[in-house]
Design a protein around this ligand. Structure first.
Ligand code: AHR
Length: 621
């Protein structure tokens, strides 16, 4: 196969073609990227319970108490009853999000306590298997009838070989015999990623995301934006400020969000990784199909305007000054706002089409004319020219490859965001498209053939870069101990040694790091299939990137000729695996990433593309 890369006739790319979609699903925020190690730290939610908490010593009983609220947002507290016969050290422990990793970096612990106790409180990290103590820190406490916060830092002297550990809080039983102590907002943070701070991100997961090199972050959902049913949705204003003021959000994925990963934490994430924020605002649709009527929608529109003022307003504005009071005087820049999430689903389309989209769009555009508005579905007509349409797709490999030309003939008035895309099921003859019936076949982890199909769809998008502004895989993360959706880009447990970067992850990385600012035409006498390709050129880096994939073909030599280039350094990077079903799983990476320098032979560079291989030939001028 001969490909001639033309240096002209291309379309400008958006500069953010490959990005990330993130929402708290699969315990990926709480229990994942949000670095807090204590599960159920404030007994949050409409049905608080003692999940993850255990008494230490037979003379201690734990209870959920509602009579001593810590704050309006955190009304449930942990009451520790100590029997009148108690002696020695007693207390309680937390098992974390299915474990707590112990390493020799510094940890920060804090808790609130109330009750009649003056004495030592001993915090320790210990093995749940054999009780080995990895670290102990004593805090001198003078508790009384008022809630009091204690904060301490400690560095374990030795690391634990696994994450099967607990965080234990012990105190002197004789000082509280026959009485109770109250605790709440018990928190333990390890060292966090980069400078993401005391309420920051888990190191290995944030590093993995950062290393993709994506250009945007679409957040905070996904379904997690919308909530399952009234009155719950991701209320941005409840995610701000001190953790003591953040109430529970019973998210739609079956667990309570602590809201520790709040709006400011998201913005800091985008800042630190240099990502363009694609902010989704709630648009009045719940996943149970309830939607806000036209008469009642105005406060929700106002909330979105307030959110934008909070983020972008000067300190002279009401919400801008509130932001400043939280330590962020400098406004953020928001260029893209998505109105809702998948508002075509759950019966939401008629109201979205009739008034919900327009009410949000008109209000935001009136105040922020330069902001790009994204409709949360392509299934809407009559949106103003320039409105982006968000296209989501969960598919099977064979079918996805048939959508290579999906955007070739789209209406150019409406740019497209592929806000969520993934191969989620294996090919099955006679059933080309994904079935959503419960129990339908799903992949446990992204497969090699799935990644090849995704790469083909992405190349189809890249070829239409005048239209397609951004592409993101979804969902991003999966806690292997409790999840609602497979497959996922990155899987993990509490133990960083389990962190698994899927084959689709490597595809994202390969493509995100090899994209130019202009597409360039590829001339050839061959038709697409089984081989697919697309090419871009970066003026800034003076580099060409020729992406290729082989979907069920034979191993093929491909020669690439660039008339505008006499010489150049060519690097051939490939992603492959033993076969199409191959996948990466904890501690078992089957995919292979290779990088080879290719000498020029004659007037071209020749590479070999095996079956089910994805490759990028980068040629530096
Ligand atoms: O990515 C998982 C879910 O799929 C998202 O929350 C939702 O937008 C889509 O239906």
């Amino acid at each position: 196969v001969h490909l001639t890369i033309n240096s002209e006739n291309g379309n400008a790319t958006s500069g953010m073609l490959f990005g990330l979609m993130y929402e708290d699903i699969n315990f990926s925020g709480d229990g994942g990227l949000y670095a807090e190690l204590i599960r159920n730290r404030a007994l949050q939610g409409p049905n608080p319970d003692l999940t993850a908490w255990h008494s230490e010593g037979a003379s201690v009983t734990l209870n959920v108490d509602k009579s001593e609220p810590l704050s309006d947002a955190l009304p449930n507290v942990l009451r520790v009853d100590v029997s009148s016969a108690a002696s020695g050290k007693v207390g309680f422990s937390n098992e974390g999000y299915w474990g707590i990793p112990v390493n020799t970096d510094q940890y920060k612990a804090s808790f609130y306590v109330k009750g009649d106790y003056t004495g030592d409180v001993e915090l320790s990290l210990r093995s749940a298997i054999d009780g080995t103590v990895f670290s102990t820190k004593t805090v001198s406490v003078r508790a009384n009838g008022q809630w009091k916060k204690y904060t301490t830092r400690f560095t374990p002297g030795k690391a634990s070989p696994n994450a099967n550990n607990t965080f234990t809080i012990m105190f002197d039983a004789e000082k509280v015999r026959g009485k109770s102590l109250y605790f709440n907002l018990i928190s333990l943070f390890p060292k966090t990623w980069s400078n993401s701070g005391t309420n920051g991100l888990r190191v290995d997961l944030a590093e993995a995301i950062d290393e993709i090199g994506g250009k945007f972050l679409r957040f905070p959902g996904g379904n997690n934006l919308e909530g399952q049913s009234p009155p719950y949705w991701w209320k941005w204003n409840e995610t701000l400020g001190d953790l003591i003021d953040r109430p529970a959000y019973p998210g739609p994925w079956g667990y309570v969000n602590t809201l520790g990963l709040g709006l400011i934490e998201y913005m800091r994430w985008t800042d630190l990784m240099g990502l363009e924020p694609l902010l989704a605002v709630y648009a009045g649709l719940y996943l149970d199909g309830t939607f806000i009527t036209e008469e009642d929608l105005a406060p929700y529109v106002q909330s979105a305007l307030d959110e934008l003022e909070f983020l972008t307003g000067s300190v002279d504005t009401h919400w801008g000054s509130y932001r400043a009071s939280l330590g962020y005087p400098e406004p953020w820049v928001i260029r893209h706002v998505e109105i809702g999430n998948e508002d075509n689903l759950w019966g939401g389309l008629p109201s979205y089409q009739n008034y919900r989209f327009n009410m949000f769009n008109d209000a935001i555009k009136a105040k922020y004319p330069d902001m790009t508005i994204i409709a949360s579905t392509p299934e809407i007509t009559g949106t103003p020219a320039g409105t982006w349409l968000d296209f989501h797709l969960y598919d099977k490999p064979d079918h996805l490859t048939t959508l290579f030309g999906q955007f070739d003939n789209w209406d150019r008035q409406h740019p497209v965001l592929v806000g969520e895309l993934a191969v989620i099921a294996p090919n099955e003859p006679n059933k080309p498209e994904v079935e959503w019936t419960p129990g339908a076949l799903r992949l446990a982890y992204p497969s090699m053939i799935g990644a090849v199909a995704e790469s083909i769809f992405f190349m189809g998008c890249e070829r239409n870069a005048d239209l397609v502004q951004g592409i993101a895989y979804a969902p991003g993360f999966q806690n292997l101990n409790s999840y609602q959706w497979v497959p996922d880009l990155i899987s993990f447990t509490a133990d960083p040694a389990d962190t698994t970067l899927s084959i689709s992850y490597y595809l994202q990385k390969l493509f995100a790091q090899n994209v130019g600012d202009n597409t360039v035409a590829v001339e050839t006498s061959e038709d697409f299939r089984p081989l697919f390709w697309s090419a871009t050129y970066s003026q800034k880096h003076r580099e060409y990137y020729v992406k290729m994939a082989n979907y069920n073909g034979t191993s093929t030599d491909i020669s690439v000729h660039i008339p505008a280039l006499r010489n150049g350094k060519a690097t051939w990077t490939t992603l492959s695996a033993p076969d199409g079903h191959s996948y990466n799983s904890p501690r078992n990476v089957t995919s292979k990433w290779t990088e080879t320098e290719i000498p020029k032979s004659g007037d071209s560079w020749t590479v070999t593309l095996d079956n089910l291989m994805i490759g990028v030939l980068k040629i530096q001028k």
